[in-house]
Design a protein around this ligand. Structure first.
Ligand SMILES: CC(C)(COP(=O)(O)OP(=O)(O)OC[C@H]1O[C@@H](n2cnc3c(N)ncnc32)[C@H](O)[C@@H]1OP(=O)(O)O)[C@@H](O)C(=O)NCCC(=O)NCCS
Length: 414
């Protein structure tokens, strides 16, 4: 087994979620990710802390398999060390607010001059061009401005954010793809390039089908929606509609808990078997539901019948019953369900860590499985844990040089 990105060194100045989610994936693929932090550390080390003086789960679940060094970029000695690290790296990653790296004196042009082979990669809220270029952004800002909020939730309620972190981690995954593309390009050209991903662009990309629907509105109503769409100029919120060519909905199951639902897609091909199971011959031959167009037109009645059937079964029982006849469906799994889900555990998607200070905790595993290069997940580093190690190994510093630089403020408090 060999690591897919063995030999690739990443100088990782990312913080919070969008950048770290990306560099964590690259670390899981085997890159040597050196997380370069301000002396005060990535702010998420202390955000949402559940144990006093211990790095938060926010941090430890996004920074596995990395080494941490602290460099004070506001000191001349710190900047000098940074330049040396830059020259010894393949990729520089950052997701600071607009202009931060320029203010340090390291624009892309400058970085490219210092190391022409280096790939520099930035996440910004809105990119470096266009009217919003100077704005900062967080997850929900990106969801609001990328189309997700307006299309999520129910039409009689306010816009909603989705729980999936599409603005942060979603952007991070786009970021990872851009970096890997640039890395591949460099193997042929020998040249580094600048990779930029804007959070608004990434969320907008994930909302691509909503812009499909937006243009369809010009030619008539959106028949797949369970609410009227005639004459609308905005695509309505999706509710629990399937959003594709098939009908879908969340059925309320036995138990009555807030997550006791099973999402079901009433695929065209499975209707005869499903109708037979739920209502026998009578339902299977009911003309109100004969073809998909009939079921669409009478979907309220169809959902009433399916919900009545669902009320006699738990979501897990119903999943088993429906899977017997090949109905695409899935129980709504809450976080407690997910933490105990045997399938996710079997796929090493929820794995136990043993962190130096926190001890045992779980993290979400590597969602991309490479057959020859499986990820081996190790815990997140303590702040500055590897400063001396990296300076010696990567830059060849001696203990004396490190001490002198430290005394000059290269790695210390801002
Ligand atoms: C996330 C965000 C809103 C946070 O804003 P913020 O906390 O004000 O942080 P910024 O990135 O703007 O600034 C970081 C500061 O730390 C300082 N800093 C960072 N690394 C440093 C280091 N190694 N040494 C010294 N100072 C350092 C910077 O100089 C900057 O200070 P300045 O404003 O005095 O120049 C902002 O970084 C952002 O918009 N990023 C791009 C989009 C993004 O990734 N959003 C979040 C996704 S989870």
């Amino acid at each position: 087994m060999s690591k897919a990105l063995a030999g690739v060194r990443i100088l990782d100045m990312t913080h919070v979620q969008a950048g770290p989610a990306a560099s964590q994936i690259l670390a899981w693929m085997g890159a040597d990710v050196i997380k370069l932090e301000p002396p005060t550390g990535d702010i998420t080390r202390s955000q949402l802390r559940d144990i006093p003086d211990v790095d938060s789960l926010y941090f430890t679940m996004l920074n596995c398999n990395k080494r941490s060094i602290t460099v004070n970029m506001k000191s001349e000695e710190g900047k000098a060390t940074f330049i040396e690290l830059l020259k010894a790296s393949d990729i520089l990653m950052e997701n600071f607010g607009p202009g931060v790296l320029d203010r340090f004196g390291f624009s892309w042009e400058e970085v490219h001059k210092l190391n022409p082979r280096l790939i520099m990669a930035s996440v910004k809220g809105f990119g470096s061009s266009g009217p919003y270029a100077d704005f900062k952004a967080y997850e929900n800002v990106a969801q609001a401005m990328g189309g997700a909020m307006a299309t999520t939730g129910f039409n009689d309620g306010p816009p909603s954010v989705t729980g999936a972190q599409i603005g942060d981690t979603g952007t991070g995954m786009h970021f990872t793809i851009g970096i890997l593309g640039a890395l591949y390009h460099r193997t042929h050209s020998g040249e580094g390039q600048y990779v930029e991903v804007a959070m608004q662009d990434a969320v907008f990309n994930l909302c691509r089908v909503k812009m499909r629907d937006h243009q369809r509105l010009q030619h008539g109503p959106l028949i797949e929606f369970s609410v009227p769409t005639e004459g609308l100029t905005d695509v309505p919120r999706g509710g629990n509609d399937s959003g594709g060519g098939q009908l879908g909905n969340a059925l309320k199951c036995k138990g009555g808990g807030i997550n006791d639902y099973l999402y079901v897609v009433v695929q065209e091909a499975i209707w005869p078997a499903l109708a037979n199971l739920v209502g026998g011959e009578k339902l299977a031959h009911d003309p109100r539901f004969a073809k998909i167009g009939d079921r669409r037109a009478n979907q309220k009645a169809m959902w009433r019948i399916l919900n009545e059937f669902a009320s006699h079964h738990t979501k897990r029982e119903l999943m088993a019953i429906f899977n017997e006849i090949d109905v695409p469906c899935g129980p709504v799994l809450g976080t407690e369900d997910l933490a105990n889900d045997e399938h996710l555990r079997a796929r090493e998607m929820y794995v136990e860590m043993d962190h130096k200070k926190r001890g045992k905790h779980f993290t979400v595993g590597m969602p991309i499985k490479l057959s020859a290069s499986p990820a081996v997940i190790t815990p997140a580093p303590l702040l500055g844990e590897h400063t001396d190690e990296v300076l010696k190994e990567v830059l060849g510093y001696t203990d004396e040089q490190i001490a002198a630089k430290r005394a000059a403020g290269a790695f210390g408090k801002v």
